[in-house]
Design a protein around this ligand. Structure first.
Ligand code: ADP
Ligand code: MG
Length: 469
C-alpha cells in the first residue's frame, strides 16, 4: 500500500520537476516523500521543520494543483518532518522565492545550551582591544550595541539573524563585530567563531578555486557557528562569488547558525549585489550607528586616554570632542597626537596644547566658524522650499512639506550638536524617534538618488554660507 502512495507522489514529483527551476526542485522537493496519499489526505514528509514552513508558505498551491492533475483528488495536504531525518550541513541550498524577497519563516530556535568555554575558538585572530567592555554606549550606538550583545549571548537563537550593522567609517562597526566574536569565545556561547573581512572571505574563496579544492574553505566558513563578515560592501561581486556567499548564507541560516554583517550603507542600497542576497541581508535585524553626540565623544576620549595612562582635564576633553565630531577613529588619532605632543613639550595636557594639536592637524573649523542654530537651518530650508517656518515645523502631512521637514531635521542633526530630543521639540514638539526616522529616510534617499542629493547639498551650502557670513 505504501508503494502506491509513494508511487503517486513520485509521479507528482516528476510533474513538479517539469514546472520549476532545477535548482529549486533539487532544494525543496528532491528530499521529500509521501507516506500517505489518497482522496482525503496527502501526507508529505520532509527533512526538517524549516522545509515544512517553507513548503507551506511557498509551494502549497503547486503541490495541490499537481496532485489534482495526477489523481483528480483534492485531499487535505499535511507536511511534516520525516522521522529520523538527517540534516545535511554544507549542502548548497538555494532559498530563492519566485519574488526573491520573503525570508523563510523559521521555527523559533531553541535556546542554545552554553558550550563549555575551552572548546570555543576564534578561527582567525581577534583584536583584544575590541571588546564590549571597551565600547562606550550612547544614544548613537545604543540599539546596535544591545542587538550585538543579544546575539553574542544567544547566537542563532534570536530573531536577529542575520544582524546587519551599518554606519559611516570609524564609528564602531568592526569594534562591535569583534566584540561579538570575543564574547562568544570567552563565554563559550558558540564553538567555532569566524570573524573575517569581506575581502578575505573573497580571496580565500579565490585561492580555493585556484587550488581546485574548496574543502578547506568550506570547512572553515560553512562550519562556523557564528560567521561575522565585516565591510560587506567590499565583497567582490562576480556571479560565482555571489553564489558562494548565497550558499554559505543559506547553509548557516538553515542550521540556525548566527550571521553578522557590517556595511557602510543600508543593505537596501548596496550596489552590485543580487536581489536575493540583498533580501537575505534584511531577513533579520538591520541597525545603524550614528555619529556620537558630544557626551559620548567625551566619554570615549576619557576612556582612551585612560588606556594610555593619561588623565585629560574635562575642559580639554570637551574641546577635543567639540573639534572632532565626525568619526571616532579620527578622535583617537587626535588624542594620540595630543598625548605625544604633551610628552614632546614636556608639559601636562592642557587646553593650549590641545589647541596647538588641533591646529597642527588642520582642524580649526569650529574655532573660527560660529555654531549654527536649529532656527537658522529651519529658516534657510523653508526659504529654499518657499514655505513658511511655521508650515515647515507644523502638522501638515503633505508629501512635499513632510520631505522638506525631514531634510531640515537631517541637516539639524548634521550641522548642530543638538540632541535628538531638542531637535524634535523645535519641530512642533515631535518625539526624538520621529527625528531618527526622518534622518534615516533622508540618508537612504541620499545614497540612491543623486538629484535629491544635489538639492540637499544646495540647502546645506546655503545654511553654511549664511553661518559663516
Ligand atoms: P568602523 O569599523 O565603523 O570603521 P571601528 O570599529 O574600526 O569603526 O572604530 C574605529 C575606532 O573607534 C576603533 O579603535 C574603535 O575601538 C573605536 N570606537 C568606535 N566606537 C567606539 C565606542 N563606542 N567606544 C569606544 N571606542 C569606539
Ligand atoms: Mg571597520
Amino acid at each position: 500500500m505504501l508503494d502506491t502512495h509513494s508511487g503517486l507522489w513520485d509521479q507528482c514529483l516528476r510533474k513538479i520537476e517539469g514546472k520549476i527551476e532545477a535548482d529549486t526542485y533539487g532544494t525543496w522537493f528532491a528530499q521529500t516523500s509521501s507516506s500517505h496519499l489518497d482522496a482525503r489526505l496527502a501526507h508529505i514528509e520532509v527533512p526538517t521543520s524549516f522545509f515544512v514552513d517553507w513548503l507551506e508558505e511557498h509551494w502549497l498551491d503547486l503541490i495541490r494543483t499537481t496532485i489534482e492533475e495526477i489523481t483528480s483528488w483534492t485531499p487535505e495536504i499535511r507536511i511534516s518532518v520525516k522521522k529520523n531525518a538527517p540534516a545535511s550541513p554544507g549542502a548548497p541550498l538555494d532559498f530563492s522565492t519566485s519574488d526573491g524577497s520573503a525570508a523563510p519563516k523559521k521555527p523559533a530556535a531553541p535556546m542554545k545550551p552554553v558550550v563549555p568555554g575551552p572548546v570555543s575558538e576564534a578561527v582567525f585572530p581577534l583584536n583584544p582591544r575590541y571588546r564590549f567592555e571597551d565600547f562606550i554606549v550612547g544614544e548613537s550606538n545604543q540599539f546596535s550595541f544591545t542587538a550585538a550583545k543579544s546575539v553574542a549571548e544567544s547566537p542563532g537563537a534570536t530573531s536577529y539573524n542575520p544582524l546587519v550593522i551599518y554606519s559611516g567609517v570609524g564609528l564602531g562597526k568592526t569594534h562591535l563585530l569583534q566584540a561579538i566574536a570575543d564574547h562568544c569565545v570567552r563565554n563559550g556561547t558558540a564553538r567555532r567563531v569566524v570573524y573575517t573581512s569581506a575581502e578575505k572571505f573573497f580571496t580565500d574563496y579565490l585561492k580555493a578555486i585556484q587550488k581546485k579544492d574548496t574543502s578547506a574553505y568550506i570547512e572553515i566558513y560553512r562550519n562556523a557557528d557564528v560567521l561575522l563578515i565585516d565591510d560587506i560592501q567590499f565583497y567582490v561581486k562576480t556571479e560565482a562569488c555571489q553564489r558562494e556567499l548565497l550558499h554559505t548564507f543559506n547553509t548557516l541560516y538553515q542550521l540556525n547558525k548566527q550571521i553578522v554583517l557590517s556595511s557602510d550603507r543600508p543593505p537596501s542600497t548596496l550596489k552590485g549585489f543580487e536581489d536575493r542576497l540583498i533580501s537575505r541581508f534584511q531577513w533579520g535585524l538591520v541597525t545603524d550607528i550614528d555619529r556620537p553626540d558630544l557626551e559620548t565623544r567625551m566619554a570615549i576620549i576619557n576612556q582612551k586616554a585612560g588606556d594610555h595612562g593619561v588623565r585629560i582635564p574635562p575642559e580639554v576633553a570637551r574641546f577635543m570632542a567639540e573639534q572632532i565630531d565626525s568619526n571616532i577613529r579620527e578622535l583617537e588619532g587626535a588624542l594620540t597626537h595630543l598625548i605625544t605632543y604633551s610628552v614632546y613639550k614636556r608639559a601636562p595636557v592642557s587646553l593650549r596644547i590641545a589647541r596647538d594639536t588641533i591646529k597642527s592637524l588642520g582642524r580649526v573649523k569650529s574655532i573660527t566658524s560660529p555654531p549654527i542654530s536649529i532656527r537658522e537651518i529651519q529658516k534657510r530650508t523653508a526659504g529654499y522650499f518657499n514655505i513658511s517656518v511655521d508650515m515647515l515645523t507644523g502638522a501638515t502631512r503633505r508629501q512635499e512639506i513632510a520631505t522638506a521637514r525631514h531634510i531640515c531635521m537631517y541637516l539639524c542633526r548634521r550641522l548642530t550638536q543638538a540632541p535628538l530630543k531638542s531637535i524634535g521639540s523645535e519641530f512642533g514638539n515631535r518625539d526624538h524617534t520621529t527625528v531618527i526616522h526622518a534622518c534615516k529616510n533622508i540618508a537612504t534617499r541620499l545614497s540612491s538618488d543623486p538629484d535629491f542629493e544635489a538639492h540637499v547639498s544646495q540647502i546645506q551650502n546655503r545654511v553654511q554660507q549664511f553661518a559663516s557670513a
